[in-house]
Structures are given as C-alpha cells and as structure tokens.
Design a protein around this ligand. Sequence first.
Ligand SMILES: O=C(O)CCC(=O)C(=O)O
Ligand SMILES: [Fe+2]
Length: 306
Amino acid sequence: MNAITADFINHRDASSALTIVPVAGRIGAEIRDISLARDLNPATQSAIRAALIRHKVIFFRGQTDLGDVGHEAVAEGLGAPVKHPTVPIVAGSRFLLELSAREGYGASSWHTDVTFVPDYPQASILRALVVPEAGGDTMWANTVTAYADLPVSLKQLADSLRAVHCNAYDYEPSVPYPGGDDSARFRDIFVSKIYQAEHPVVRVHPESGEKSLLLGHFLKHFVGLGLADSRRLYALFQEYITRPENTVRWRWQVGDVAIWDNRATQHRAVADFGTQKRTLRRATVAGDIAVGINGEKSKALESTNP
Ligand SMILES: O=C(O)CCC(=O)C(=O)O
Ligand SMILES: [Fe+2]
C-alpha cells in the first residue's frame, strides 16, 4: 500500500462535524446522517466543502425531499452556479441540466465537465431521479493520485505540455445507445456553438495546491503534436487515471446526490442499462481559470458557430 492510500484510509475525518465513510481507497466518501434539504447552514457547508476537497467525490443517500429548488440551493452553497454553455436548462429551473438515458450513454467516456472553456466548473452536483433496476452506475477517478503515480520522466513530460480541449470532441459512446439512433440530434445541440480552450496538462488545485492531470474526452490534441501522436500520448496518461485502483463506482438509488471536485477528478457513466429509464439532474458551480505548475494559465481560443 503506498503512502497516499494508507493516509487516506487511516484518516476518517474524526475532526469533521460530518459522519464521513470512505467508499474506495483513493477517492470517494459517503456522508451520512445529513439532510441536504434541512441541514445546510454555514457550519455544514464548510464541512461539506472540506470533505469535497479531501475525498474529491462525496455521496449522500436518501435525499428524496431535495427537489430542484433544494438542488439549486446546494449548488449555491458551494459558489456561483453556472449554466451549461450549449445544453438548455430543465424547464422551471434556474440552471439545472437533465441527463436522461440518451445523455447517460453520451457521458460514457472519461471526462472532466466542460473543459472546453478556460474557467470550467469547480464542482458538479448530480441527483438521481430515476434509476435502472440494474446498471447505470457512475465512476469517478482521482487525477491527483494519477499524477503522483507517474514515473519521474512522465511527470516531467506532463509538466511541459499544454493541450487544446473542444466541445466538438471525438464523440463516440462506448456502447451505441439501444433506444434509437438520435445521436445526431444530441450532438447538434451540444456543438451548437464551438468552444475551444488551451490548458496546462498539469493543473495546480487553487485550494489544496495538489497537482493533477487535466485531460478527459474533450481533449483534441497536445500543443505541438499531431492527432496521431496526441492519441497515443493521451492513452498513456489516461491509463494512470482510469486504472481500477484509482477509481470509485457508485450504484445509484433514487434520491442520491453526488458532488465532485471537477478540478481533481474525471468521471463517466457506465452504459450498461439498455433501454431502462435513467434520469439524473446536474448543477455546476463556476470555477476559476486553471493554472499550471509554473503559473501559466488556461486561455480561451476562438469560439465559433459551426
Ligand atoms: O450519467 C452519468 O452517470 C454521468 C453524467 C455526467 O457526465 C455528468 O453529470 O456530468
Ligand atoms: Fe460529466
């Protein structure tokens, strides 16, 4: 067991006001005995933020009374909510996005949310409204421990690289959606405006100071490398992120809420639920412009209409 894992498992957050139970060895913790609808106050909010930074994804079961308004309040407790740049909001909500079964299939490759803008969200809050009887889990990976695992020479390479991310990514669900091929319609909305951003490949976390790998499925190419070399290099780094030891997997129940630190994780849906219904809603909280290890910042490249 390496030092990071030992430290993680031994640290049960006895100092926290919350009941925190780690789910996997390197990422993810369930927070028990709290109602997000009733118990949010400055003390619980700061304890939740501390748990989020430490565990990177936190889970709350049984929040069936939260509703859209309560969901939005949880987001506001973490910062300034932000709408998705292209996907319309849920009718009657202020900034929620809905992921139905179709979008779940679309999210079934590893990514960090909205990295096609320089100041992509710091956190996402996902709530389960309808879940399949079997399947449809979500997985998260720790991009900080992935960076820490790299051999020194690969760390040096990652440290020196920047990459271009774009919402018109190489869109291909890991499994075709069995409910009818409407992928063109889904994609048309997603890319109704094209966004591009250039990021450092190693991001320094603005709160914890931890270094993480900033990659995911919106990455188009590394600066200075062509598509073929970029694809190979991407696969090399991604393997450190997505190895099972570096992930946590959540089996959804109706009313569950997951909050992740979008600056230190990747995630993906598991597209194994066939045509069963699955509906999740998501809020995102504005982030700041990413900064690399030498202080170099992310920047927007041109946004265009296709
Ligand atoms: O459907 C899922 O499990 C994940 C969806 C997703 O990528 C997101 O909410 O950001
Ligand atoms: Fe996502």
